[in-house]
Design a protein around this ligand. Structure first.
Ligand code: NAI
Ligand code: MG
Length: 367
């Protein structure tokens, strides 16, 4: 069987800087764990625009459709702000998500003990937190028709439509149940079935899908109540599944329970390909951070943890993903901090590449 393939798209700003550390990690797995990946590198975002006049070349799009996983850094930056909407760097990322049909967006909120003081919540509320929000990513109110701003009488009306088909709900629910099976076997579905028909259908379809996963304990919650519970006692949850709009808000809120943007990975999954692996794109939640780009200050952990998600969800290497996450945990426990993680006095921050090296050392120590 051929090696699993990875397409790396570092992108703009700190994207290439954090991705350089992931490449070191990939090399480590080849050398020390005999896990060989066929890695190719290409351009996305502003970097692609500079080279080709488009934020995603058709050839790159075609490659992304063929590989087992895409790893993306970040796109965008002030240099490109004045560009026409159609060629803005973000369009490259949107095109990838759309054409790969990545309907299931996995956003973990995980608290590393060493950083529990960083949270705006009390330490005992967040210490040990490990939850996953599954957000539907390709439908719902951001895409529903009709939409627009129309004239009605003597004023304008802004319109967006929340629309979900049964099959759209079914497939994202299944991906959440599959995930729950690999984790704590507990799934909470959030909508507003009290005031939205799309929420009623959501609840019905999720309940139907649950019959195929009798081991998973399913609960339902109104999304506003869910927001409250996430702040009050987030550890009551394991996996949460919700729509595009609620998921956008809830996943951002949940992510911040645990501290810095430089720590947050994500995965976006689509339908299984011929080899059984889902189409997949892994990327840190943060952007290109133009304010610190080129200075060696970026925290590479979000991007490294995104690769850990790839090991787990694309390559079925859960134990190796655990190894990498534990290495990150050890480095943090040892007090290694990039500038964004500084709180304690008297700690000197490490550079992006020193953080990467520290993770490699911790990986070595795990053998
Ligand atoms: P941002 O996430 O790039 O930065 C927000 C703040 O967090 C900045 O102060 C930055 O220095 C800090 N930060 C972010 N990642 C960090 C890391 N790994 N280590 C240390 N500090 C980190 O968001 P912002 O500033 O709103 O957007 C900057 C550019 O990135 C824009 O062009 C925006 O469109 C783009 N962007 C791209 C995204 C993507 O590629 N998925 C997502 C969000 C924004
Ligand atoms: Mg958002």
């Amino acid at each position: 069987m051929s090696n699993p393939s990875i397409l790396i798209l570092p992108g703009d700003g700190i994207g290439p800087e954090v991705m350089a550390e992931v490449k070191k990690v990939i090399t480590w797995y080849g050398a020390k764990r005999d896990l060989q990946f066929d890695v190719s590198d290409d351009l996305v975002g502003g970097a692609a625009y500079d080279a080709h006049g488009t934020p995603l070349h058709d050839d790159t799009m075609a490659k992304a459709q063929e590989v087992d996983a895409v790893l993306l850094g970040a796109v965008g930056g002030p240099k490109y702000d004045a560009l026409d909407f159609s060629v803005k760097p973000e369009r490259g990322l949107l095109r990838l998500r759309k054409e790969m049909d990545l309907f299931s967006n996995l956003r973990p909120a995980q608290c590393f003990d060493a950083l529990a003081d960083f949270s705006s919540l009390k330490k005992d509320v967040v210490a040990g937190l490990d939850i996953m929000i599954v957000r539907e990513l390709t439908s719902g109110i951001y895409f529903g028709e009709p939409r627009g701003i129309i004239e009605e009488g003597n004023e304008r009306v802004g319109i967006n439509t929340q629309r979900y088909t049964e099959s759209e709900i079914d497939r994202v629910a299944r991906s959440a149940f599959e995930l729950a099976m690999r984790r704590g076997k507990k799934l909470c579905s959030m909508e507003k079935a009290n005031v939205m028909e799309s929420g009623i259908l959501w609840r019905e379809v999720v309940t139907e899908v649950a019959k195929d996963y009798p081991e998973v304990e399913l609960s339902h919650m109104y999304a506003d109540a869910g927001a409250m519970q996430l702040c009050r006692w987030p550890k009551q949850f394991d996996v949460i599944v919700t729509d595009n709009l609620f998921g956008d808000l809830l996943s951002d809120a949940a992510a911040m329970l645990t501290g810095s943007l430089g720590m947050l990975p994500s995965a976006s999954l689509g339908a299984p390909m011929g080899n059984g692996r889902p189409k997949a794109l892994y990327e840190p939640v943060h952007g290109s951070a133009p304010d610190i780009a080129g200075q060696g200050k970026a925290n590479p952990i979000a991007c490294v943890l995104s690769f850990a998600m790839a090991l787990r969800y694309s390559f079925d290497l859960g134990e190796e993903a655990d190894r990498l996450e534990k290495a990150v945990e050890k480095v943090l426990a040892d007090g290694v901090r990039t500038a964004d993680l500084l709180g304690e006095e008297g700690v000197t921050p490490v550079t992006t590449s020193e953080m990467g090296d520290a993770i490699l050392n911790a990986l070595d120590a795990s053998l």
